[in-house]
Design a protein around this ligand. Structure first.
Ligand code: NAP
Length: 206
């Protein structure tokens, strides 16, 4: 399976690329700039391409751009994505004196992306810090994944189960993305308070 990491030149995309490559997936790092994509890809021994070319040849498109560029990027790639499933990992955060707040937007980024494209959108992996994901070994934590399309969600749950040593948990419909994206603000506040890279562990699920 070929996975395109749109905006994969950033810290999360690069960390995810390493884990996916180790798990046996074919990875293409996308960028707005072909040279930047190729340079990043060469570092990791995967392929690089413009975001558009990466999306066109993929079986799964992961939007790993900076969060506030995710919806616009999805819109611009609508034709290239077509019916291909898309994973959104984005969470919008605002950094204030009082702490980190989630976005005030009424719907999740993932739902806003779904309104722009035809392929089914799944949301997940928000709680995986790039610092943990890109470490020596797969991080020992659970991941939460949500979506309305059962086939697309199954593809992402399988992927999520291979990039951590924890469990990939089905968190229900795409509407759950609002809470998963908001949880990122909670985790960043925890990280600041405890000077940590916290992750999630769900109890009571077998
Ligand atoms: N960092 C984490 O620990 C973490 C954890 C979980 C989820 N996430 C999510 O993962 C995503 C990526 O995070 P990150 O920290 O890797 O982000 P980042 O480094 O700030 O940005 C990633 C890439 O996005 C592209 N980009 C920047 N502005 C853009 C715009 N306006 N439109 C289109 N592309 C743009 C750039 O690639 P080019 O210039 O090469 O195009 C950049 O290298 C975010 O949605 C974030 O919420 C991050």
């Amino acid at each position: 399976m070929k996975i395109a990491l749109i905006g994969g030149t950033g810290s999360f995309g690069m960390a995810l690329a390493v884990r996916l490559r180790e798990a046996g997936y074919a990875v293409v790092i996308g960028s707005r700039d072909a040279e930047r994509a190729e340079a990043a890809a060469a570092e990791l021994g995967v392929s690089g391409a413009t975001n558009e070319d990466a999306a066109r040849g993929a079986d799964l498109v992961v939007l790993t751009t900076k969060a506030d560029g995710a919806v616009e990027t999805a819109r611009s790639l609508r034709d290239a994505i077509g019916q291909t499933p898309v994973l959104s990992v984005a969470a919008e955060l605002s950094f204030t004196k009082e702490g980190v707040f989630p976005t005030l937007e009424p719907t999740s980024i993932a739902q806003r992306i779904q309104a722009e494209i035809d392929g089914p959108v799944v949301a997940g992996l928000h709680s995986l810090a790039a610092a943990n994901l890109g470490g020596e070994a797969a991080p020992d934590e659970d991941t939460l994944v949500c979506g309305d399309d059962a086939t697309a969600k199954e593809i992402v749950l399988e992927l999520a189960g291979k990039i951590t040593s924890g469990r990939a948990i089905d968190a229900g419909p795409l509407a759950s993305a609002r809470a998963l994206e908001g949880m990122t603000a909670v985790i960043v506040n925890v990280n600041k308070h405890y000077k940590a890279h916290a992750g999630l562990r769900v109890t009571g699920v077998h």
